[in-house]
Design a protein around this ligand. Structure first.
Ligand SMILES: [Zn+2]
Ligand SMILES: [Zn+2]
Ligand SMILES: [Zn+2]
Ligand SMILES: [Zn+2]
Length: 288
C-alpha cells in the first residue's frame, strides 16, 4: 500500500511537472502571438508551483521522526502547510475578484483568438484533471493540504475556462467573463476560508468527540471496577501520534500498588485499542 507521505510527495511532484509544461506552452505561444494576457497567465502558472512546493515540504517534515526538540513528532507540519496553502489560495481569489471587477468597471472584454481558445481550453482540462487527482490523493492520504492544492488547481481551471468563454461569447455579452469571474472568485475565497478553518481547528486544539468517553469507560470498567468512570478528557493530536489524559474514579480502599497495576493496564489497553498515549489521574469513587 502506498503511504500518505509518498502520495503527498507524488501529488506535489506531478503538479510541479504539469505546471512547468503549461508554463513553457503558454509562454512560448504567448510570445509568438503577442498576447500579454497569455504571458501573464504563464507567470501565474509558474507561481502555482510554490503551492506544490509547500505541499511537498509539509509532507516531508511531517514524516520525520520525533527528536529532542519535538518529542511529539512533526505530524502537525501537514496542517501548517494547509494553512499556508489556504492563505495563498485566498490571495489568488482576492486578485481574481479585483481583476474581474476592474474589467467590468472599464467595460472591457476579452479579445477573440483561435489560438487563445485552444491553449486555455487545454489548460482548463489539464488543471481540472490535476484537481481531481489531488482530491483523490487527499482522500486516500486523509490530508487537508492535498485538498487545498486541489482547490487551487480547480480555481486555475475555472480562470482558464472563463477566458475561453469570454473569447467566444465576449462579442455578444461584453460583461459576461468579468461577472462570471467575480462569481468564481467568491467560490475560491469560500474554499480558502473553509480549508483555513478546518486545518487551523486541530492546531488550536479540539474537544474530544463524545464517542471517546464511552470507549474509555468500557476500557476502565474492564480493568478497574464496574462502577468506575472517566471524566475531564483532554486529547492532543500530532498527526499519527495522539496523547490523551483523563481522570478515573477508583474504589477508595484499593491499595496504591494494585491501583497502579490496574491503571497501567488501562493505559496499555488505550494504547493498543485506540492508538493513544494515555496519562491518567486517579481519584476515589464517592461511596453512598
Ligand atoms: Zn494558480
Ligand atoms: Zn524536530
Ligand atoms: Zn476529576
Ligand atoms: Zn507508573
Amino acid at each position: 500500500m502506498i503511504t500518505a507521505t509518498r502520495l503527498g510527495i507524488l501529488e506535489g511532484a506531478v503538479s510541479i511537472a504539469v505546471n512547468t509544461l503549461l508554463f513553457l506552452l503558454k509562454f512560448s505561444v504567448g510570445r509568438r502571438i503577442g498576447s500579454i494576457a497569455m504571458i501573464a497567465d504563464a507567470w501565474h502558472t509558474l507561481s502555482d508551483m510554490l503551492t506544490s512546493v509547500v505541499v511537498i515540504l509539509g509532507f516531508w517534515v511531517a514524516s520525520t521522526r520525533a527528536d529532542k526538540r519535538h518529542p511529539f513528532g512533526h505530524g502537525r507540519a501537514e496542517l501548517i502547510a494547509s494553512v499556508i496553502i489556504a492563505t495563498l489560495l485566498g490571495v489568488v481569489g482576492f486578485n481574481f475578484f479585483s481583476e474581474s471587477a476592474t474589467r467590468l468597471a472599464s467595460r472591457r472584454s476579452a479579445e477573440f483568438s483561435i489560438m487563445a481558445v485552444l491553449i486555455f481550453g487545454a489548460s482548463a482540462i489539464i488543471k481540472e484533471a490535476l484537481a481531481r487527482f489531488s482530491f483523490w490523493a487527499g482522500r486516500r492520504a486523509n490530508a487537508q493540504s492535498l485538498a487545498a492544492d486541489g482547490w487551487h488547481h480547480r480555481s486555475d481551471a475555472a480562470a482558464s475556462l472563463l477566458i475561453v468563454a469570454g473569447a467566444i461569447f465576449g462579442l455578444r455579452w461584453w460583461w459576461m467573463d468579468s461577472v462570471l469571474g467575480m462569481g468564481v472568485s467568491l467560490l475560491i475565497l469560500y474554499a480558502a476560508l473553509d480549508i483555513l478553518r478546518s486545518s487551523a481547528s486541530p492546531l488550536l486544539g479540539e474537544a474530544p468527540d463524545p464517542d471517546l468517553e464511552n470507549r474509555l469507560n468500557t476500557i476502565v470498567r474492564k480493568h478497574v471496577s464496574p462502577d468506575s468512570s472517566v471524566h475531564h478528557i483532554h486529547v492532543h493530536r500530532y498527526g499519527n501520534h495522539s496523547e490523551v489524559s483523563f481522570h478515573v474514579r477508583m474504589p477508595p480502599d484499593m491499595h496504591l500498588s494494585e491501583s497502579h497495576d490496574r491503571i497501567t493496564a488501562v493505559e496499555k489497553d488505550v494504547n493498543s485499542s485506540l492508538s493513544m498515549q494515555a496519562t491518567i489521574h486517579t481519584e476515589p469513587l464517592q461511596q453512598p
